[in-house]
Write a new protein. Structure first.
Length: 390
């Protein structure tokens, strides 16, 4: 079995993936009671320094100076909003490496060359506040989407921000309804996914959850527990943190606690397929096969039309050396969605492993044409250059 995790580049959730069968009715989530946090199981967690809200959003004098130099001289609030948004993107495009595991505070992100979607959003929120602008976080309802890191599948969510001029008084009104949407993945903008407003506390919980998932991937269970606990103290019904905590309990052989936490996650979010799948694995592990199979059948029926489901299955088969099965899954993903560079690259990588140079080149070129990210374009061109020298 392969580990699977969710990140809110987002946020990370750990699960296992099975081969599944036909669709069945949804299982009923029973009522669960009892505490879900058990500090005594991870005594080292007490010594972990978890960042406070103030530390997560703090900007040092250099970052604050950047805001003043960029928009401090601009009085018009609409022009100030537009100028800050343009300059943030200009700065990032010039000197940024996107890295999924770069879960950093606002100030760290400002000074680092690596960041992910969540850390960039936290930084931008802090910069907009410093510029005295209104800003809100938005959760983008993207389909289930997996990436791979160190042999672990990461199930990704996505957030962005909207910046608007602040209303100065009851007598003032700006004819500026749209705001500036700041999104570090242009693909989400093109597809017009639904979105909902997130509170600052929800974003803090996502930050803690990501830090905990990183620790869990590194098998640092005390640190993982410290961060999952912090996330759930801020946002008790955060299903991704609940699922991650359930996984931590399962790998720590706390099976009753693991089930309790999974069921708590499902009571909060009955359609969370990640939580259902983790629960199914737990039931399989404890020989409750009928319950597990019922859940798994329902999960697969909901995922069959998701190209990323097939993409992730293909990546797993590739990692296990079954190149033909990987190719089958990648081809299925492409049949559903021909607009994702990740699918073209997966095909190119598989054909390269099979020794088919012409097909490798063909799909690398498609991947390069499809992506809108300049770093990815350069990456694909570099691989094409290497291929041409073979």
């Amino acid at each position: 079995m392969n580990n699977m995790t969710k990140q809110h580049t987002f946020w990370l959730t750990l699960l296992f993936l099975f081969g599944l069968t036909a669709c069945q009715s949804a299982p009923i989530v029973k009522h669960v009671s009892g505490p879900i946090l058990q500090d005594n199981l991870f005594p080292g967690a007490k010594g972990i320094a978890v960042e406070s809200e103030k530390e997560i959003f703090r900007l040092d004098k250099n970052a604050r100076r950047y805001v003043q130099q960029t928009v401090g001289h601009i009085k018009d609030p609409i022009e100030r909003t537009e100028t800050l948004a343009r300059n943030i993107f200009k700065r990032l495009n010039f000197d940024l490496l996107y890295r999924g595991d770069a879960n950093t505070t606002a100030n760290e992100t400002f000074h680092n060359r690596a960041a992910n979607c969540l850390s960039l959003s936290i930084m931008t929120y802090a910069l907009a506040n410093e510029a005295d602008l209104g800003v809100k976080f938005q959760d983008i309802q993207i389909p289930e989407y997996w990436t791979r890191r160190e042999g672990v599948s990461l199930l990704n969510g996505h957030i962005n921000l909207e910046i608007v001029p602040k209303q100065r008084s009851a007598n003032s009104f700006y004819f500026y309804k749209r705001g500036y949407q700041i999104d570090f993945d242009p693909q989400t903008l093109r597809q017009h996914f639904p979105k909902k407003t997130l509170s600052k506390q929800q974003v803090i919980a996502m930050f803690y959850n990501n830090k905990g998932a990183d620790a869990l991937i590194n098998n640092d269970r005390d640190t993982a527990y410290a961060y999952f606990s912090a996330a759930l103290q801020v946002q008790p019904d955060f299903d991704s943190a609940l699922v991650n905590l359930g996984f931590l309990y399962r790998v720590s052989k706390q099976y009753d606690l693991s089930e309790r936490v999974y069921l708590r996650a499902l009571a909060s979010s009955p359609d969370n397929l990640t939580a259902w799948e983790n629960l199914a694995y737990l039931y399989t592990y404890s020989n409750r096969l009928d319950q597990a199979n019922e859940i798994l059948a329902r999960v697969e029926s909901k995922r069959l039309r998701n190209p990323f489901y097939h993409l992730d299955l293909g990546r797993r088969e590739f990692d296990q050396g079954d190149l033909q099965s990987a190719l089958t899954h990648f081809t299925r993903a492409l049949a559903i969605d021909k607009g994702r560079h990740e699918i073209f690259y997966a095909l190119a990588k598989t054909y390269h492993a099979l020794g088919e140079v012409s097909q490798t080149e063909r799909y690398l070129k498609k991947a390069k044409r499809t992506t809108k990210n300049l770093q990815e374009k350069e990456l694909y061109q570099g691989k094409l250059d290497l291929l041409s020298r073979i």
